[in-house]
Design a protein around this ligand. Structure first.
Ligand code: C5P
Length: 233
C-alpha cells in the first residue's frame, strides 16, 4: 500500500519547512504547502521540497475566472506539484478549465497531470454562514451538490472533512480520490479541530489521503509522531 500521510508544512519559513521535510520524508507520502508558507517563501519552496524527491500538494485553493484559474493551474503544473486545490464554488466552467489546463500542461512537460482537488464547503462554515452569503442549503446538502458538480466537470478528487467521507463515498465513483484533514488520534492536546477521526477510521470510511499538520510538525519528535501515525493504520 502507498503511504497516505500528507504532512502539512504549516510553518512560516523555508528553512523550517525544509528541516521538517527532511526529517519526516522517509515515513510520509507527501507534503502540503499552503497559503502561509507559499506567500512567505514563494515558488522556490515548492522546488526545494520537490528536490528532496517528495511529492507536493499545493493547497492554494484557486477561485477566480476560468482563464485565470487555468493559468494558475498551468503554473503549478510546471512547478511539478502532484496535487493542487481549487474551489468548486467557482462553477463547472472554472473546474473544467482547471482540469484541462492540468492535463495539457502536463502533456507538454512530459509528466503526469497533477490531481486537481475540489474544495466544497469550508469546514469553518455552517448553515448560518452559508445563509449569510445567500446559500439556503445546509452544509451537508451543499457539499453533496458541489461534489456532484465537480464530478460532472471532470475533477478526479475532492478535499472533505472526515465526517463527510462516508456520505460522499455513497454518491461518488469509486476511483475518486478523497483527501481529508481533521485527523487526530485523541492522544494529542486539543486544538481547533472539532470534528475529527483517527487515521484508521478515516481510511476505513474511504479516505485516500490524510492531511496531518500540528500532531506531526508541533510534536517534540516529528519523525516519531509520523511513524506512530503510519503504524496506526
Ligand atoms: O494541524 P492540522 O492537522 O489541523 O492541519 C490540517 C491542515 O489541513 C491545515 O493545513 C489546515 O489548513 C487544512 N485544512 C483543515 N480543514 C479543512 C481544510 C483544510 O484543517 N477543512
Amino acid at each position: 500500500m502507498r503511504n497516505p500521510i500528507i504532512v502539512a508544512l504549516d510553518v512560516p519559513t523555508a528553512e523550517g519547512a525544509l528541516a521538517l521535510a527532511e526529517q519526516v520524508a522517509p515515513v510520509v507520502g507527501a507534503f502540503k504547502i499552503g497559503s502561509e508558507l507559499f506567500t512567505s517563501a514563494g515558488p522556490e519552496i515548492v522546488r526545494r521540497v520537490r528536490a528532496t524527491g517528495a511529492a507536493v500538494f499545493l493547497d492554494l485553493k484557486f477561485h477566480d475566472i476560468p482563464n485565470t484559474v487555468a493559468k494558475a493551474v498551468a503554473a503549478a503544473t510546471r512547478l511539478d506539484v502532484q496535487m493542487l486545490t481549487i474551489h468548486t464554488g467557482g462553477g463547472s466552467e472554472m473546474m473544467r478549465a482547471a482540469e484541462k489546463s492540468a492535463q495539457e500542461t502536463a502533456l507538454q512537460a512530459g509528466r503526469n497531470a497533477p490531481l486537481v482537488l475540489g474544495v466544497t464547503v469550508l469546514t469553518s462554515m455552517d448553515g448560518n454562514t452559508l445563509n449569510e452569503v445567500g446559500c439556503e442549503a445546509n452544509a451537508g446538502t451543499q457539499v453533496e451538490r458541489l461534489a456532484r458538480l465537480a464530478m460532472k466537470a471532470g475533477l478526479r478528487g475532492l478535499v472533505c472533512s472526515p465526517l463527510e467521507i462516508a456520505a460522499l463515498r455513497q454518491i461518488l465513483p469509486e476511483k475518486v480520490q478523497l483527501v481529508t484533514p481533521g485527523i487526530r488520534t485523541g492522544a494529542e492536546k486539543a486544538d481547533d479541530q472539532k470534528r475529527t477521526l483517527s487515521p484508521k477510521e478515516a481510511m476505513q470510511a474511504g479516505a485516500s489521503w490524510l492531511v496531518i499538520g500540528r500532531p506531526i510538525y508541533a510534536a517534540a519528535n516529528p519523525r516519531a509522531a509520523a511513524e506512530a501515525f503510519l503504524n496506526s493504520l
